[in-house]
Design a protein around this ligand. Sequence first.
Ligand SMILES: Cc1cc2nc3c(=O)[nH]c(=O)nc-3n(C[C@H](O)[C@H](O)[C@H](O)COP(=O)(O)OP(=O)(O)OC[C@H]3O[C@@H](n4cnc5c(N)ncnc54)[C@H](O)[C@@H]3O)c2cc1C
Length: 457
Amino acid sequence: MAPVNIEQLRSRFRGEIILPGDGTYDSARKVYNGMIDKRPAVIARCVDVADVMAAVDYGRENHMLTAIRGGGHNGGGLGVCDDGLVIDLSRMKGVRVDPAARTVQVAGGCVWGEVDHATHAFGMATPTGIISTTGVAGLTLGGGIGQLARSCGLTIDNLLSADLVLADGSFVTASEKENPDLFWAVRGGGGNFGVVTSFTFRLHPVKTVFAGPTFWALDETEKVMKAYREFILKAPENINGFFAFLTIPPAPMFPAELHLKKVCGIVWCCRGPADAAEKATKPMRSVGTPILDGVGELPFPVVQSLFDALYPPGLQWYWRADFVNELSDKAIALHAEHGAALPTMHSTMHLYPIDGQAHRVGKNDTAFSYRDANWSEVIVGVDPDPANKDKITKWCKDYFDALHPYSAGGAYVNFMMEEGQERVQASFRDNYARLATVKKKYDPSNFFRVNQNIQPA
Ligand SMILES: Cc1cc2nc3c(=O)[nH]c(=O)nc-3n(C[C@H](O)[C@H](O)[C@H](O)COP(=O)(O)OP(=O)(O)OC[C@H]3O[C@@H](n4cnc5c(N)ncnc54)[C@H](O)[C@@H]3O)c2cc1C
């Protein structure tokens, strides 16, 4: 589609407008998942809130399909669209820590590594995801699951306010005091309600953490998983560790004899004194015969970027996810079977614990419904080579199909591809109707629909 009325946008825009044929067009339309290949008509790379307002007005007045891009990490490629407008926030940076108030204000285009860097200098952190290049905006709006979930809650549980440009181009702040219905909805409801230009989060004291992996050979999977399901739900809340199937990468930090070995493991990240965390995790780290126990005290931002080198932008990714209440013996047997069949070195399955502080918030207190689930499961088929697309997709779907009957029903919206309305509704459960009402108030024409879409009531 040829860009329409582009002079209308230009006259109000200070950032960069990128069109098909421009030298930077191909790099600007690329997102993190190399499987996504979409060709927007216009990319509006905003530098300030005024630019975002201009872009929203331009998209609405010209009836353009409009996507919002934060970090560009979304698995289904929901930060870009074909033939429409992309409102790209990647140049809207800036992180301001208020050490006395223990808060941090973050511009809408930041990625988590930028936040961790800024807050670490003050010995503080807010809960984020496990890779430093993920966008603050998309991750937060879907919920935010990471290594501090058990001790500090989800990312949204630490969101104090958000500034948004709404579909009519107006600017609002959402917090407990201002537009509380909107504040409820953006905490889990995704990018359905407006373009978030700034977030303010609560900070917690976190400087170094007791972290690293414990790995076991695959023939110990069932023993390890059975011990893990008991251990983690009873562990003190400062103890966090997600269960994973993975292939040990051929990196110097791992002994050469373990390179490319498929394993099961727990990736730890515990707050509080290292010696206490060492003691508290010891019973789990002593199950069976670990082939590697690489734990120690590390600066939090180091832990948050441990996976970055393994997962650079541009790999092929296929995602499937579910929430999980319990890990039955049967489910564990199926995990052992499918986990042992990891199709490529980068493919993996993670089970993130979401109990502890994340359970302290009621299921209707924010849009994030699955407050009773104990884990968020994600299965990702990943490989650099597009020729392996079918192989990683098949493994991922087969694994998901086998385990889905043992799940809680819905999935974390940020771990889903484009999977249709039924799946979106299953993920919001009884919060969906209220979300649809808020959507009708703030975006009645469903202008913001390149997302896990909530349709206006
Ligand atoms: C390697 C990798 C690791 C990950 N690890 C974690 C993890 O540990 N924990 C976790 O919770 N999630 C994790 N995720 C999932 C991640 O939360 C989602 O992919 C999320 O959508 C990424 O946000 P983004 O801003 O980078 O994405 P984008 O692709 O830019 O956007 C994703 C969605 O958010 C919306 N959006 C983006 N910016 C804005 C904005 N400013 N205002 C309104 N809407 C906006 C878009 O409309 C789109 O629907 C991971 C993803 C990847 C690829």
